[in-house]
Every structure is written in C-alpha cells, then in structure tokens.
Design a protein around this ligand. Structure first.
Ligand SMILES: Cc1cc2nc3c(=O)[nH]c(=O)nc-3n(C[C@H](O)[C@H](O)[C@H](O)COP(=O)(O)O)c2cc1C
Length: 386
C-alpha cells in the first residue's frame, strides 16, 4: 500500500515515501552524492554536533519568525534551493514547488537546468523568486538570462560556482542514469514496476531543459543535443572578474552559491554580491568538502552584519535552522527535503514538508524560550566535541 504524504511526520518519512514511489534510478539521482558521499552524510550529521541551549521563563505566547532573504520578506528563515530536472520527479514539476513555497511565504529558487521556463513560472505565481544562474562560456547566454529574469520580475540571482565539472555521482553510473542514458536491466525493471511514475512520465508534458531549449530548436537538434549544448557551456575559466561583470549587469540581490571559506565570502561581497550561499551542492560535487553549518561562524565574521549568509545543505529539521541562525546565518535553504515531498505527493507533498519544517522551527523556538527570530543568539547553541 502506498503511504500518504499528509501522514508523514518528518522529512525522513517523506524520503521513504519518495523511495517507494520513484523508480530506483530516479530516487538515487535525488538522494545520492559524489564519490563516497562523505560530504552528503556530513552535511546532515554536523547539525547533531551542536546542542541547543534554551532560556526559560520568557513569554513565548507569540513567536515572531519573519525575516528578509534576497531583499524579500520571508515568513521564516528558509528558502527553497534551485534543483534541476524537476519534472523527472513529478509531472507538476517546478510550478508545484513554487506555488507551495509562495503559500508558505518562502522564497523559491528556479534552476537554469529547470524544466519550466522562467517566464512561465513568473506568470503562474507572484511569490518571491530567485533564479540560479551560471556564467557560461557564451557570456551572451548569461546576459540573456539576466535580461529575461529582470523582465519576468525575478527578485534575485544565485550564481552557482561549484560546478566547473560535474561531480562523480556513482549511484547514477551504477543505474545507468547518465547522459546518454545507459540503463541496466535492473533499472528498466524498476521503471516497469513503478507505473504511477512511469505512465505520467511517458504521456505527460515533454521533458525539456525549458530555459535553454530555444537555443537548440534553432539548430533543429533533439533532446540529446540540448544536453550536449548545455554541457559544453560549463566554463572552467570563470573568475572573480566574471562575478564583478555579472553583479554590474544584474545590479540587484545576488548571492554566490558554493562559497565555503571566509576569504571567498569577503571576495564575493567585494565583487558586488549581496550575499553568499555556503554550500557544497548538497554533497554532489566536491566530496570531502566541509559541512556548510561548520563554516557559518567564520563566514559571518568575515562579511559583517549586512550581507545574506545562507546555510545550504543538510537541513532536515526546523531545529537545524535555529542552530544555523544562532551561528550567524540569515537563513537556510533546502533541496532534497522538498524534492522528497514532491516525489511523494506533488504539491501536497511539498506543502507537507514545508508545514512540518515550519512547525518544527516554531516549536524549537518556543521550547528554547526565544520569542523572536531576531533574538536568536550565539549563546543558544554550543558545539560538542565528543
Ligand atoms: C536533484 C538535485 C538537483 C540539483 N540541481 C541543482 C542545480 O541545477 N543548480 C544548483 O545550483 N544546485 C542544484 N542542486 C543543489 C541544491 O541547490 C542544494 O545546494 C542542495 O540540494 C542542498 O542540500 P540538501 O539537498 O541537503 O538540502 C541540486 C540538488 C539536487 C538534490
């Protein structure tokens, strides 16, 4: 019997529902990381190394959780990180996620590698939204995205800088979910055994890298040449000068996604960014990179009080976000948790995961005797070393 997302009590339960609903290669694409998946695991377990130290006898009858992320009001300090290929997980794709985010008052991030056109997304909902951009070999393509985002009313850009090459995702190699796909018999069987996923995937809207497909239509290529085209656009020679250029072009809220050190955070701000997303891409790129939560304090100290510092990766409980904020983050962002919700139950599944995390965040604040997100302080968290 398939489980129901509204009965799930936490992110871990939604992950199990997603695992049941998806063919194994698709689930592994979401769930997996690079190489030995050390950073993937560490991103989560690092939060357990911090204890929450509560205050008592504060009036917690009303809790204020509102903040600002990318210059936009956010009901609490969480945003939805950009994830590519979303239609692969549910045929309602990015729109389902973005609508749920807007209902919860949270900022949504759309990926360049998304399966919904940025204009269509902006048309369908008026919630706060940022676009995840790359500096491509063809700077004209990047400049085109900047112009399209401005025209469509996106509120910010997140420039991803941790993908000069694709990480080594071994689960995808084993399943054959590569480009071009080389599915094993076991993988094909898994697709056949999951008709509730496979039928909509076969009969639904065409799977497409919707934001770049116009580039290929002109060349009359098929979907593979689209992947080839975009794969060929990743540029290993990008430097800070390119960040300066992008900041000038956009002239609005801009976070550098994939920053790990205080030096690079300082450099990001000096180059014109308004914030950083401390991130190892959810453990999908450089395996062995530190957990984002462990880098927050040093990064915050380096950039001072103004810029957004977003802790991206490993958040699975609302209490994780409280810890990150106590260490100096403006907000946290999540990728897999909402994708598990989406895969488990479409928009209702995303709603469920956001409801659970919101409730956990508020309950943690209440139990910790903190009645305002602005009052979360360093003393509320303590690192344990055993
Ligand atoms: C399936 C999947 C696809 C992703 N695609 C992108 C992408 O296109 N661009 C990007 O900058 N980050 C991408 N990410 C990384 C997320 O933005 C985010 O950094 C990561 O998921 C955070 O870790 P978490 O999954 O533990 O929350 C992707 C992550 C996943 C799980």
């Amino acid at each position: 019997m398939k489980g129901r997302p509204e009965r799930a009590n936490n992110v871990a339960a939604l992950r199990l529902l997603a695992r049941r609903r998806l063919p194994r290669p698709i689930f592994d694409y979401i769930d997996g990381g690079a190489d030995d998946e050390r950073s993937l695991r560490r991103n989560e377990t690092a939060f357990a190394d911090y204890e929450l130290v509560p205050d008592v006898l504060n009036d917690v009858s009303a809790i204020r959780t509102g903040t600002t992320v990318f210059g936009q009001p956010s009901r609490w300090p969480l945003m939805l990180a950009p994830t590519g290929l979303t239609r692969m997980f549910h045929d309602h794709a990015e729109l389902a996620v973005a609508r749920a985010a807007a209902r919860h008052g949270l900022v949504y991030g759309l990926s360049t590698m998304g399966t919904t056109r940025l204009e269509d997304l902006a048309h369908a909902f008026d919630g706060p939204k940022v676009f995840q951009i790359y500096i491509f070999k063809d700077r004209g393509l990047t400049a085109e995205f900047v112009a399209r985002c401005r025209e469509a009313g996106f509120h910010g850009l997140a420039l991803t800088v941790d993908t000069p090459v694709a990480g080594n995702r071994e689960r995808d190699r084993v399943s054959g979910l590569s480009l071009p796909p080389r599915l094993t018999w076991r993988s094909m069987l898994s697709f056949a055994l999951h008709p509730s996923w496979s039928l909509p995937a076969l009969t639904g809207k065409k799977f497409d890298l919707a934001n770049v497909s116009h580039k290929i239509d002109a060349l009359a290529g098929g979907p593979m040449s689209l992947f080839d085209y975009i794969g060929g656009q990743f540029d290993r020679s990008v430097t800070w000068r390119d960040v300066e250029w992008l900041a000038r072009e956009w002239n609005g809220p801009l976070a550098i996604k994939g920053v790990m050190t205080p030096e690079d955070a300082r450099r990001s701000i000096a180059s014109g960014a308004t914030g950083v997303m401390i991130s190892n891409h959810g453990g999908r790129q450089l395996d062995g990179a530190p957990a984002p939560v462990d880098q927050i304090e040093a990064v915050r100290e380096a950039v001072g009080g103004g810029p957004d510092v977003i802790c991206d990766g490993g958040v699975r409980r609302g209490s994780d976000a409280v810890k990150a904020i106590a260490l100096g983050a403006t907000a946290c962002s999540i990728g897999r948790p909402y994708l598990y919700g989406l895969a488990a139950g479409g928009e209702a599944g995303v709603d469920r995961v956001l409801t659970l995390l919101t409730e956990e965040f508020e309950r943690t604040l209440t139990l910790a005797g903190i009645n305002d997100v602005a009052a979360i302080a360093r003393r509320h968290v303590r690192r344990r070393f055993n």
